[in-house]
Ligand binder design. Structure first.
Ligand code: DC
Length: 232
């Protein structure tokens, strides 16, 4: 099956498996994968390391000054997928810790941070045949994306997935902390003023609570075939 040059926008709640889904689409359909959450996580890690976050307080002025100077965030692609870099340092592991997860939603709610990340995403997305996942891709970043998917799954299943993911990475999370983090992020992500998480009116909803990722990819293949009239 030859895929058209389209943007596939995947949005949804935390830990619905957006990135695993998007990565498999990218490898099966030969698309470029862009993980927008990784950029918010990298800005958060940067702010933490610079000492701009103390408890619930964020030193927005200093963070803005640094972003205005230009922070080199980019992806490098290897066989296993994309790796997130701050300048020449790979931060792929560090941005996935619970420490970063605990601060990322307030950072992602800051309008100048969103503008900074959006500009990067637009630059990366110019290449065509792109699959991008996040919270506002179909509503704000690429409102003209030809295929929009909104992922959802039950809260229990999402918490278990995040728990297993952290364990697999050698971390030692407590289930109650994982549940609390998910609830807080869902709330902040869907209630912030700038581009909150919501389903685009023209997005297809996929509840993957009881689906394998292979089934999800077959579902989207069928969706694209139907939409673009591809027969084989
Ligand atoms: O998908 P993720 O868990 O890696 O995303 C991390 C955080 O970044 C998430 O809590 C919300 C924010 N985010 C966002 O606000 N907009 C996006 N397009 C992607 C992520």
């Amino acid at each position: 099956m030859v895929f058209p040059d389209i943007i596939i926008a995947i949005d949804g709640w935390s830990s619905t498996g957006k990135s695993s889904f998007a990565k498999l689409i990218a490898s099966e359909f030969s698309f470029l994968y862009l993980d927008s959450g990784a950029l918010y996580r990298a800005v958060t890690l940067f702010a933490m390391e610079k000492g701009f976050i103390a408890g619930d307080e964020i030193d927005e002025k200093s963070l803005k000054e640094e972003l205005d100077k230009g922070l080199d965030l980019h992806f490098e692609y290897v066989d296993e997928g994309s790796r997130t870099f701050i300048a020449d340092r790979c931060v792929e592991e560090e941005i996935r810790t619970l420490g970063v997860s605990n601060h990322v939603s307030p950072i992602a709610a800051i309008p100048f941070v969103r503008a900074f990340v959006d500009e990067k995403l637009h630059g990366f997305g110019r290449k065509g045949k792109v699959v991008m996942d996040g919270r506002d891709i179909g509503t704000a970043v690429f409102p003209d994306a030809q295929v929009k998917i909104f992922l959802t799954a039950s809260p229990q299943i999402r918490a278990q997935r995040r728990f297993d993911e952290l364990k697999m990475k050698g971390q030692d999370p407590k289930m109650e902390d994982v549940v609390k983090n998910l609830e807080e992020r869902d709330y902040i992500d869907s209630h912030r003023e700038t581009n909150p998480l919501r389903r685009a009116a023209d997005a297809f909803v996929l509840d993957n609570s009881h689906m394998t990722i292979k089934e999800e990819v077959e579902w989207v293949r069928g969706l694209i075939q139907g939409k673009f009239g591809i027969l084989e």
